[in-house]
Design a protein around this ligand. Structure first.
Ligand code: ZN
Ligand code: ZN
Length: 224
């Protein structure tokens, strides 16, 4: 399928300016996956006789993460906010120019760079938010709640990365044909339509925030 000329020009520029010669997309994906899974496994191994009330940490953090994903994407990633302009630049100015609803797929594994969070940002988020959250919960609530919260946060993050990655794979590929993926991918495809991107489908994973705030755009229920 021929790539749109404007998108192709931008892709060439991004590849030239942003993707170093030594970049390996497969290694990037492996780093994100292994670091996240290792932290989740360590957290699970640290649990000790979790009470029924403590298990509620999982759905609570899941909902919290879904709203952070929604609000972070709706506001700082699509509007320049003081102190967070890097998010706007990386998302609106780079990701949305590299992929549009007409051109959604990677050309090859080097293009993973246009989707995945950079490894240093994962380390920054883990150190800057995950560890402080763990300390606060550990000393104010309980050790189990701290471990469960950190496990859920990392599992959610990895789920976000894997789903977003899968949406930008060729829909006919083995990953693109995973059952259930198509419906979520279609929501993200609409979000990549430049006319819709600042209005609809801000959840990358499950459209709970979009449902709550009435910003869900579903082609089956709305006219184009
Ligand atoms: Zn995307
Ligand atoms: Zn967006």
């Amino acid at each position: 399928m021929p790539v749109d000329a404007a998108v192709e020009r931008y892709r060439e520029q991004f590849r030239r300016e942003e993707i170093g010669g030594s970049y390996r997309g497969g290694l990037h994906l492996a780093f994100t996956s292994l670091v996240s899974l290792a932290v989740v496994a360590f957290c699970i191994a640290s649990l000790d006789q979790v009470s029924p009330l403590e298990w509620l940490t999982l759905p609570s953090i899941f909902m919290y993460a879904n709203l952070v994903e929604y609000l972070g994407h709706r506001y700082p990633m699509h509007h320049p906010v003081k102190g967070l302009k890097v998010l706007f630049f990386r998302h609106t100015k780079q990701h949305h120019r590299f992929f549009t609803d007409k051109e959604m797929t990677f050309a090859d594994s080097r293009d993973f760079k246009a989707v995945l969070f950079p490894p240093e940002m994962i380390v920054f988020f883990l150190g800057g938010f995950g560890v402080p959250m763990w300390f606060i919960l550990y000393y104010t609530v309980s050790a189990n709640v701290a471990w469960l919260a950190l496990a859920m946060a990392l599992a959610y993050f990895l789920n976000y990365e894997w789903l977003h990655f899968a949406y930008h794979c060729d829909p006919r590929s083995r990953i693109g044909r995973i059952p259930g993926l198509q419906a979520l991918r279609t929501l993200h495809l609409h979000h990549h339509d430049p006319r819709l991107m600042t209005h609809f489908n801000f959840n990358i994973t499950y459209p709970i925030g979009d449902w709550i705030f009435r910003t869900l755009y579903d082609s089956k229920s709305q006219q184009n």
